[in-house]
Design a protein around this ligand. Structure first.
Ligand code: HEC
Length: 116
């Protein structure tokens, strides 16, 4: 029971953080990712993805998503997971908060090890 409460609490935390730090500043459908937006997306990966995947992305509630683990993954498939989540698991969809271009940027960023 305690663990469940803890997870829910973390869930609300990332949702708030997202709304403030990312969605508001986004220009959600803009094509190009400028340096400032790249910085925001890096922050998103560390703070929000990290809340489940671990601060170093080596796994927590969600699995390890470091480059060594994702190596060989199709970036388009990773992009779809980020956009749509994994139904029936805690992995949430991010479609409402980031554009397809941004999800692809994050996928490439994870696969090339930019977050490490
Ligand atoms: C609320 C917790 C949570 C958050 C926040 C979260 N994830 Fe996940 N994620 C999961 C879980 C749990 C899974 C495993 C789903 C399954 O069982 O297939 C997962 C799976 C994934 C996978 C597939 C990994 C694989 O090897 O199959 C990727 C990629 C991923 N997440 C990326 C992200 C990114 C990028 C973010 C931030 C934009 C993020 N996740 C935020 C919980 C989370």
């Amino acid at each position: 029971m305690f663990a469940i409460l803890l997870i829910c609490g973390a869930g609300f935390g990332w949702a708030d953080d997202m709304a403030v730090n990312v969605a508001v500043n986004s220009g959600v459908n803009s094509g190009a990712i400028d340096a400032q937006r790249a910085q925001q997306l890096e922050h998103l990966v560390r703070q929000d993805c990290g809340s489940c995947h671990g601060m170093t992305l080596k796994g927590g509630l969600g699995p390890d998503i470091r480059a060594a683990t994702l190596q060989g993954s199709d970036p388009e498939a990773v992009k779809q997971i980020i956009l749509d989540g994994v139904p029936g698991t805690p992995m949430p969809p991010w479609r409402a908060l980031i554009s397809e271009t941004e999800a692809r940027w994050i996928a490439d960023y994870l696969i090339r090890g930019g977050a490490q």
